[in-house]
Ligand binder design. Structure first.
Ligand code: PLP
Length: 369
């Protein structure tokens, strides 16, 4: 098979989302060098535009090469040293992942776990912070892609700061599709991915670090174990030194640049409202089919919807038919929801009324057939 023979899809899974044609056209421009002044100008723009989408003034805001996991690893590897203590709110698969990666960095990790579909409360975080002293970092996932639950951040932030801990937020499934107010909410470090609500292909991970996080990084006793993800070294390339660190994926930079231009041209408020509206349309549509979302109704994430599969229907067969007969991709359940749910992403260019309508009519045909 050749790439040119690939069939187009409507991407309504947990990511990647559909890419705007302007982003794809940008990525097809000729590759230039990683120190070309034109590329450096794009990097400066990306930092400014990322500050706008993260709603932050943080100087140290850039895109790490790699997917959302690179953003997660960059934050943990730079903020933690072996023996440091971290508290993670675990409400699903990606909370578990955050705890696992922190352990690999050598941290002593404590968790607050809630049933899948629920969010972690500030009281639970408070209690855990009372029980375990010397917690350096509290980590939480804003949009839990495995459950479709939307974790509120401000109260968790207050709890973390009252215990003199830093707050790390995973915004992989929310940045660009829902408010991620880094400064207003007091988030010390935050990471995301290019391929979800920013609607760029996978390959870059926006990250931002506030003053308290940078101060903690400056107090490190040993260098960051990962050379590739060392924020101090990356900041020297993205900042004024322009010192070689690694060969940045140039055409991905074009894509992210154009995706951010599109997001800001639309306007963040309008973009968040569009994601909410399509989520509501999907919710009404699946309810009309007799189905329901599995997350706590008070905390439904607009960008990722976990819908319970009907009794007696093999969810994997229905998903395969959607892909093969209708060209629509949705995801299957993870962990506790494996075999029981569909994960329907409405992110970036995928959060469009005609795509929601296409999915609902295909699902109806499959379920009624
Ligand atoms: N965090 C969350 C909430 C995610 O949904 C994902 C991916 O789906 C990740 C982290 C990891 O991102 P990636 O798969 O881009 O490495």
């Amino acid at each position: 098979m050749r790439v040119a023979e690939l069939k187009p899809r409507i991407l309504l899974g947990p990511g990647p989302s559909d890419t705007h044609s302007r982003v794809l056209e940008a990525m097809a421009r000729p590759t230039i060098g990683y120190l070309d002044p034109q590329l450096l100008a794009l990097l400066d723009d990306i930092q400014d535009m990322l500050r706008a989408v993260f709603c932050t003034q943080n100087e140290l805001t850039l895109a790490v090469s790699g997917t959302g996991m690179a953003g997660m690893e960059a934050c943990l590897a730079n903020l933690l040293e072996p023996g440091d203590r971290m508290l993670v709110g675990v409400a699903g698969f990606f909370g578990q992942r955050l705890a696992q990666v922190a352990q690999r960095v050598g941290a002593e990790v404590f968790t607050v776990e809630v049933p899948w579909g629920q969010v972690v409360s500030a009281e639970q975080i408070n209690e855990a912070l009372k029980k375990h002293d010397r917690i350096k970092l509290v980590g939480i996932v804003n949009g839990e892609t495995s459950t479709g639950a939307w974790q509120p951040i401000p109260e968790i932030s207050a709890a973390a700061h009252a215990a003199r801990a830093l707050l790390l937020v995973d915004a992989v499934t929310t940045l660009g599709g829902a408010p991620v107010l880094v400064d207003e909410w007091g988030i010390d470090a935050c990471y995301s991915g290019s391929q979800k609500c920013l609607s760029c292909p996978p390959g870059l991970a926006p990250v931002t670090f506030g003053p308290a996080a940078r101060a903690a990084m400056a107090r490190r006793k040993r260098p960051v174990q990962s050379f590739y993800l060392d924020m101090g070294l990356l900041a020297r390339y993205w900042g004024q030194d322009r010192q070689y660190h690694h060969t940045i994926p140039v055409n991905m930079i074009y894509g992210l640049h154009e995706a951010l231009v599109l997001a800001l041209q639309e306007g963040l408020e309008a973009r968040w409202a569009r994601h909410r509206a399509q989520h509501q349309a999907l919710k009404a549509g699946v309810e009309a089919l007799g189905l329901s979302m599995l997350a706590d109704p008070a905390h439904l994430l607009p960008s990722l919807n976990v819908v319970g599969a009907p009794e007696g229907v093999d969810e994997a067969v229905a998903r395969r038919r959607l892909l093969e007969e209708y060209g629509i991709e949705i995801g299957g359940g993870l962990g506790a929801f494996k075999g029981k749910a569909w994960r329907i992403g409405l992110m970036g260019e995928s959060a469009r009324p005609e795509k929601v309508a296409a999915l609902l009519s295909a699902l109806r045909a499959i379920l009624e057939g």
